[in-house]
Design a protein around this ligand. Structure first.
Ligand code: PLP
Length: 380
């Protein structure tokens, strides 16, 4: 078993192992950024943006500081603001809902499917009002949402789809990478994510050139960048923007890893398959997927009424299980009075109570996989 500088025998993510194996390439890239003159206009990550977009079969990728930043910029680029409603789910990281309310819009929650815990498309149409501006599905755990069904609702009502694929790079739906059916899609490249930087980073992908330009504009102070312009012309702001580009040092790390994305996704799927086989005859609920869904398994999630006990026991064995995300968003103190959550969200609440996420990472070696499988045999 590989020695790690954490207390975990099986940590949730091991991207640092890959960093070690790509040491020369990463250090070379870092030196290039650090010891050469600064390139204006974020030119350092232009090559990453174009390689990233083509990897996912999309036309444009905009490199941003984090997925949280990407969500805010995407909502802003879609002109979502005060008075508008955005329909999303309550089983997500707070970044999803926070992005909506930070730009002044109202969060509207609908429930999730019992099968794969993604947004229940059948509830979305009835949540649409004349204030609705966007649908924000979340591909949690690497489970792709059914954005074909959402696209129909969105087109009928003139809404945008902003897909939170923070955890779902490598996942596909109907033979396309996540994002294909959405207007803007946000991917996290933070240190524990399936394609990881060593800190925070994110990407917004789209096929829509006008939206890509708008995200880019809001990312960079609202200035239309043109390298041929010199001050004072280069200081013209056409909108009030943010300063949220990707750190070029993180871009180097992500770029070095990008070629391996789909190999790693296959490794994730293999590990998820092994867990699934080991759990089939146990008293737990396993996720199931539609024929169109090809999940990337940022973790392998199961439901159990003994969740807390099992989670604690796994952690005692130094296996870094998670409970993403409890409590559900509409039960969080910050949202008690300021989300629209219908009468109840029973599946969302069950997931918050019962979900355990088992670690899945492409760097896991056979001993680590066996260690988790043995723990499953013993404890479940
Ligand atoms: C579903 C979801 N959305 C957004 C985010 C935010 O990502 P970031 O840390 O890159 O801001 C996360 C982070 O875990 C997430 O799980």
């Amino acid at each position: 078993m590989t020695a790690h500088n954490t207390d975990w025998i099986v940590p949730r993510a091991q991207g640092y192992d890959t960093n070690r194996s790509l040491r020369e390439e990463i250090i070379g890239g870092l030196e290039n950024v650090m010891f050469n003159p600064y390139v204006a206009g974020n030119a350092e990550f232009k090559p990453l943006e174009s390689d990233f977009a083509s990897k996912l079969g999309m036309k444009y990728a905009v490199a941003v500081q984090s997925a949280t930043a990407g969500l805010i910029l995407a909502l802003r680029a879609c002109d979502v603001g005060p008075g508008d409603e955005v329909i999303t789910v309550g089983n997500s990281d707070i970044s999803t809902t926070a992005a909506i309310s930070i730009i002044g819009a109202t969060i509207v929650l609908v429930d999730i499917l019992e099968s794969d815990y993604t947004i229940d498309g059948s509830q979305v149409a009835s949540a649409v009002t004349d204030r609705t501006k966007a649908i924000l599905p979340v591909d949690l755990y690497g489970h792709p949402s059914d954005c074909i069904a959402l696209r129909k609702v969105a087109d009928e009502h003139g809404l945008k789809i902003i897909e939170d694929a923070a955890l779902a790079i490598g996942a596909r739906y109907a033979n396309h990478h996540v994002g294909f059916y959405s207007d803007l899609t946000i991917i996290s490249l933070a240190a524990a994510k399936p394609l990881s930087s060593s800190g925070n980073a994110g990407m917004v992908v789209t096929d829509n050139s006008a939206l890509a330009e708008k995200v880019s504009l809001f990312r960079g102070y609202g200035k239309e960048f043109d390298p041929s312009r010199t001050p004072p012309l280069s200081d013209e702001h056409v909108v009030e923007g943010f300063n949220l580009p990707m750190d070029p040092l993180q871009a180097v790390v992500v770029h070095a890893k990008l070629p391996y994305l789909m190999d790693w996704t296959d490794k994730r799927k293999r590990i998820a398959g092994l867990y699934r086989s080991a759990l089939l005859d146990k008293e737990v609920k396993l996720p199931t997927f539609s024929e169109d869904a090809d999940p990337s398994f940022s973790s392998y999630v199961i439901l159990s009424s003994r969740r807390d006990e099992l989670h604690n026991e796994m952690r005692k064995r130094r296996i870094e299980t998670g409970t993403h995300y409890a409590p559900a968003m509409h039960k969080q103190p910050v949202y008690r009075n300021n989300v629209i959550a219908g009468d109840s969200l029973p599946v969302t609440e069950q997931v918050a109570r019962e979900l355990i996420a088992l670690p899945v990472s492409p760097e896991m070696d056979d001993n680590q996989i066996d260690y988790v499988l043995t723990a499953i045999e013993d404890l479940f």
